[in-house]
Design a protein around this ligand. Structure first.
Ligand code: ATP
Length: 249
């Protein structure tokens, strides 16, 4: 158990969620390592949502709210960390979820789908009716015909670079959450939210709530057109540089 007053409370809570996910067979051992890379970048970024991350989040939400066929692609880490937030976001936006895994097995897909259902996510595609995308060596190439394959906008938090590139090549808008602003995913995606996935999901929920029941296509289109992913990523590089330069030992 982690006490709320502990200086690393939030980070330890997330670690506990992942370890719990690992023990339940939702998160892979590789996923635990990937989380460590994310934590290191979060440390460098100050463990808070920056203004540019919030801007990217709002633009990502604008894409999702104006998409014809949006989909939220979930892997083991995202499920273990953010199922409650995913359920809330999908309830507001009616966006379906697809389970898509690098280390794919039918057992793990079913476990993740059950876990998402148990946390209130209603529309979950398990990806069994799949087609294989070109240029991807991993099992992430297998995408559901009615989900990612059909989608015009794919929101894939904690994506890998190969698939982000393949989806972009297919002409899809790719939205991602990645604490590493240098990763192939970050530089390939249409919109990269350089933030921790649970913080990003909470901000997406707030933005979606502001637009619930409203039809503001023009406002959302303007927001999308105003965004430059490369400039946004550069702001994250500057944040890391400034934090390192301001260190006095
Ligand atoms: P790429 O193929 O894009 O270069 P990679 O090989 O560095 O990516 P993966 O192991 O495929 O990365 O995925 C992990 C990525 O997810 C890392 O870039 C890491 O920074 C990021 N990440 C891990 N945990 C979180 C989290 N909780 N929130 C946001 N990002 C995270």
């Amino acid at each position: 158990m982690v006490l709320e007053g502990h200086p690393r409370y939030k980070s330890l809570r997330l670690r506990n969620k992942l370890v719990d996910g690992y023990e339940k067979g939702i998160t892979s051992a590789h996923g635990l390592i990937a989380h460590g890379r994310g934590e290191a970048f979060d440390y460098l970024l100050g463990e808070q949502t920056s203004k540019n991350a919030l801007d990217a989040t709002n633009v990502a939400c604008a894409y999702l709210l104006t998409a014809r066929h949006p989909i939220l692609s979930v892997n083991g880490n995202t499920a273990a960390l953010a199922s409650e937030e995913i359920a809330e976001f999908c309830a507001i936006t009616s966006i379906p979820v697809e389970v898509n895994l690098f280390h794919r097995s039918v057992k793990r897909i079913n476990r993740i789908a059950d876990y998402l259902h148990a946390h209130g996510v209603v529309n979950v595609l398990a990806g069994f009716d799949f087609v294989k995308l070109d240029h991807i060596s991993s099992d992430r190439a297998k995408v559901d015909k009615h989900g990612i394959f059909k989608a015009d906008v794919v929101f894939a938090p904690l994506e890998d670079g190969d698939r982000a590139q393949a989806l972009t090549r297919l002409g899809k808008v790719v939205l991602t959450v990645d604490l590493n602003p240098l990763s192939r995913t970050a530089v390939t995606s249409t919109v990269t939210i350089v933030d921790e996935v649970t913080r990003a999901m909470k901000n997406l929920i707030s933005f979606a709530k502001r637009f619930e029941g409203k039809d503001d296509q023009d406002g959302l289109d303007t927001l999308k057109a105003s965004f430059d992913n490369v400039q946004n990523l550069k702001t994250s590089y500057v944040i890391i540089q400034q934090r390192l330069q301001s260190l006095t030992l």
